[in-house]
Design a protein around this ligand. Structure first.
Ligand SMILES: [Zn+2]
Ligand SMILES: [Zn+2]
Length: 219
């Protein structure tokens, strides 16, 4: 297995909803990706620049406005391909309107250039991440899994899970998605869409939704 220490992972918490954008930077290939650039595009671009790597893509766990609101600003400066699951298109294209309902302002992203699907493999230099379709919080929600990391978006949080009472949520699907994420090894690091980093082992031991003590609302 590849030396995981080589891949640089940076948590950038942005915006009024405190969503996490994850910067993955490979110092060998000098390439980087931003996962879920939700807000504060200038700050995200500065972090890419500080990594010494060149941005070569944007990957989305899902397209709720708090995870796509920084895309327009990023690609205006640095045009890169954007990967999004087509089942979240309604959120992607309506980000500005959905934000307005929360009293927030976001700029709609330009159209996604690439689709994501279960079984796809995303590459960053010599690193490979599997795309797992994990619907429930959003119909087009995916996780990026590989190299001891699971970028879990708004499915799994430290001690909690994402909401299942929003439009197009599917609580039963969420339950299945959580069970699937829980099949990973204990030491896998979970990089969530909100809150702090955790591990699958810690969540399996303490998160009521992975321990079977609780189910998503409506499941
Ligand atoms: Zn969300
Ligand atoms: Zn979110």
């Amino acid at each position: 297995m590849k030396d995981e220490a080589l891949l640089q992972v940076q948590q950038l918490t942005v915006g009024p909803l405190e969503e996490n954008c994850w910067l993955l930077a490979d110092p060998v290939s000098r390439q980087a990706v931003l996962v879920d650039p939700g807000d504060e595009p200038d700050r995200l671009l500065e972090a890419v620049s500080a990594s010494g790597c060149t941005l070569n893509g944007i990957w989305l766990t899902h397209a709720h406005f708090d995870h796509v609101g920084g895309i327009a600003g990023v690609v205006r400066d640095t045009p890169v391909p954007i990967w999004s699951h087509p089942a979240d298109r309604v959120f992607y294209e309506g980000a500005d309107k959905n934000a307005t309902r929360w009293g927030l302002v976001v700029e709609n992203p330009p159209p996604a250039t690439h689709t994501l699907a279960e079984g796809d493999v995303m590459t960053l230099g010599s690193y490979r991440f599997d795309v797992w379709h994990v619907p429930g919080h959003a119909p087009g929600h995916v996780a990026f899994v590989g190299h001891g990391l699971c970028i879990s978006g708004d499915v799994l949080f430290a001690g909690s899970i994402g909401r299942t009472d929003l439009p197009l949520c599917d609580p039963a699907a969420m339950h299945q998605s959580l069970l699937r994420l829980a099949t990973q090894e204990d030491q896998v690091r979970v990089l969530p869409g909100h809150g702090v980093m955790t591990t699958i082992g810690r969540e399996r031991a303490s998160n009521p939704f992975l321990r079977g003590a609780a189910r998503p609302i409506g499941a």
